[in-house]
Design a protein around this ligand. Structure first.
Ligand code: HEM
Ligand code: HEM
Length: 348
C-alpha cells in the first residue's frame, strides 16, 4: 500500500504542508519511502481549518505489494486521519520520517482513475473538486489506539497502584503476608498481560520494531525484576516456614520491591512521551504518581512510627495468629529476623 501522510506545521492560513509518501505492507505504521516522487502543485495549503494537498506522483502506479489500475472508474482507496482528541498531542513536524501514531478515524472511498489521471504538469481540470470520488458503505469510522491504552492501564495499574498497595496490605492493614502475596500475584499476572500487549504493540511502529528504545529495554528489565521479586518473596516465605528465621532473600525483596516500583514510574512517563501523549495526560499521570506516593509513604511511615513507639502497628491480627501457630509458623518468626531494621521486627 502506498500512503501519503500530511501534517500541517504552521498555524492555519500560512499554508505550509509536509507530505511524506510512505509504504506499508499490513496493519502497521506506513514507512517513509524516499523513492516515491511526489511534486506538490498549486492550491496545496491549509485554509479555513481544511488541509488541501494537490500532488502529482510520477511513479506510484506499481509497488512491491500492489498496483493502481489507471483504467478503473472505481479504484478503491483507504484513508486514515488523526490521531486527534484530548489524549494525543497533534503531530506538528516537517520531518518526512516523523513517526506517526494510529489514526482516530478511517474509511474507504472509490476514485474514477480515468478522470484522475492527468498530463505531465497540472491537476486534471475535472479534478479540482472531489467530483469522481465516492465513499462506500459506512463513511468515516472511529478508531483508537486501544492496544496502547490497555498496555498502559495494565502496567501502570499493576506497578504503580497495586504493587504499592501490596505493601500496605503487609504493613498497615490487614498486616497479612497472605493478602500481600495474593495481591502481588494478581498484580504480576496483570503486568504480564500488559507486557504481552507491549510486545505486540512493538511490532506495529517503525520506532519500536527493533526493540532498542529506552522504554522497551527498561520495560524488559522491569519484567525480569518482577519475576525475580516474586521468586524472592516466595522463597523467603518458604525458607522462613522451614527455619523460622529471616533470610537475605527477605531483605533484598523488601528493598528491591520499592526500586522496581520507582523504575516503573519512570518508565510509564517515558512511554507516555514516546507515544506523544498530550500535556494533559502527562500532567494527570504526574499528579496521580505524586498522590499515590505521598499516600503510600505516609501510611508506611505512620505504621513504622507506631511500631517504633510500642504501638501495635506490626502485630499480626488474632485470626491470622491462630492460623500461623497451627501451621509451621509461629509469632517468633517475626522477632528472630536479625536482618530486619529496627521497628520492623514484627509484621503479619
Ligand atoms: C512481584 C511481586 C512482589 C512485589 C512487587 C513485592 C513487594 C514487596 C515490598 C515493596 C515489600 C516491602 C514492604 C515494606 O517493608 O513495607 C515486601 C515485603 C515482603 N514480601 Fe513481597 N512482593 C512481591 C511478591 C511477594 C510474594 C509472592 C511473597 C510470598 C509470600 C512475598 C512476601 C513478602 C514478605 C514475607 C515480605 C516481608 C519481608 C521482610 O520484611 O522480611 N512478596 N514485598
Ligand atoms: C514497567 C513496564 C512498562 C510500563 C509502565 C509501560 C507503560 C507505557 C505507557 C504509559 C505507554 C504510553 C501509552 C499511551 O500513550 O497510550 C507505553 C507505550 C508503549 N509501550 Fe510500554 N510500558 C512498559 C513496558 C513495555 C515493554 C516491555 C514494551 C515492549 C517491549 C513496551 C512497548 C511499548 C510501546 C511499543 C509503546 C508505544 C505505543 C504507541 O506509540 O502508541 N512497553 N508504555
Amino acid at each position: 500500500m502506498v500512503s501519503f501522510t500530511g501534517s500541517g506545521v504552521v498555524p492555519f492560513g500560512l499554508a505550509d504542508v509536509t507530505v511524506s509518501p510512505r509504504i506499508s505492507s499490513g496493519e502497521q505504521e506506513p514507512e517513509y519511502s524516499s523513492s516515491i516522487a511526489v511534486t506538490l502543485l498549486e492550491g496545496t495549503g491549509i485554509a479555513n481549518n481544511t488541509m488541501t494537498v494537490n500532488g502529482r506522483c510520477s511513479n506510484c502506479t506499481t509497488w512491491k505489494s500492489g498496483k493502481l489500475d489507471l483504467k478503473s472508474s472505481s479504484q478503491p482507496w483507504i484513508f486514515g486521519l488523526g490521531p486527534s482528541g484530548g489524549s494525543a498531542a497533534m503531530l506538528r513536524s516537517d520531518s518526512k520520517t516523523a513517526s506517526i501514531e494510529r489514526h482516530s478515524k478511517y474509511g474507504v472511498f472509490n476514485m474514477d482513475m480515468v478522470h484522475a489521471t492527468g498530463g505531465s504538469g497540472e491537476l486534471p481540470t475535472s479534478y479540482t473538486t472531489s467530483q469522481g470520488s465516492s465513499s462506500e458503505g459506512e463513511e468515516v469510522k472511529s478508531d483508537s489506539n486501544w492496544p496502547s491504552i490497555i498496555h498502559a492501564i495494565c502496567l501502570c495499574g499493576a506497578l504503580i497502584l497495586l504493587f504499592p498497595f501490596g505493601a500496605i496490605l503487609l504493613r498497615v492493614f490487614p498486616k497479612s503476608v497472605r493478602w500481600h502475596w495474593v495481591n502481588q500475584t494478581i498484580s504480576t499476572c496483570l503486568a504480564f498481560i500488559g507486557m504481552v500487549i507491549g510486545f505486540y504493540l512493538s511490532t506495529q511502529f517503525t520506532k519500536s520494531q527493533s526493540f532498542g528504545s529506552t522504554h522497551q529495554i527498561l520495560g524488559i528489565v522491569i519484567l525480569l525484576a518482577i519475576i525475580a521479586q516474586w521468586g524472592m518473596g516466595f522463597w523467603h516465605h518458604r525458607l522462613h516456614k522451614k527455619t523460622q528465621t529471616g533470610s537475605m532473600f527477605g531483605v533484598v525483596h523488601r528493598y528491591f520491591g520499592f526500586i522496581v516500583i520507582l523504575l516503573a514510574i519512570i518508565n510509564g512517563g517515558i512511554g507516555l512521551s514516546w507515544s506523544y501523549a498530550s500535556n494533559g495526560v502527562l500532567v494527570g499521570y504526574s499528579i496521580t504518581v505524586v498522590i499515590v506516593s505521598v499516600a503510600i509513604i505516609g501510611l508506611l511511615g505512620w505504621a513504622r512510627f507506631k511500631s517504633n513507639h510500642g504501638g501495635k502497628g506490626f502485630v499480626r491480627q488474632q485470626e491470622e495468629l491462630d492460623e500461623f501457630q497451627s501451621s509451621d509458623y509461629s509469632d517468633g518468626y517475626l522477632n528472630r529476623d536479625s536482618n530486619r531494621p529496627h521497628g520492623y521486627n514484627r509484621y503479619g
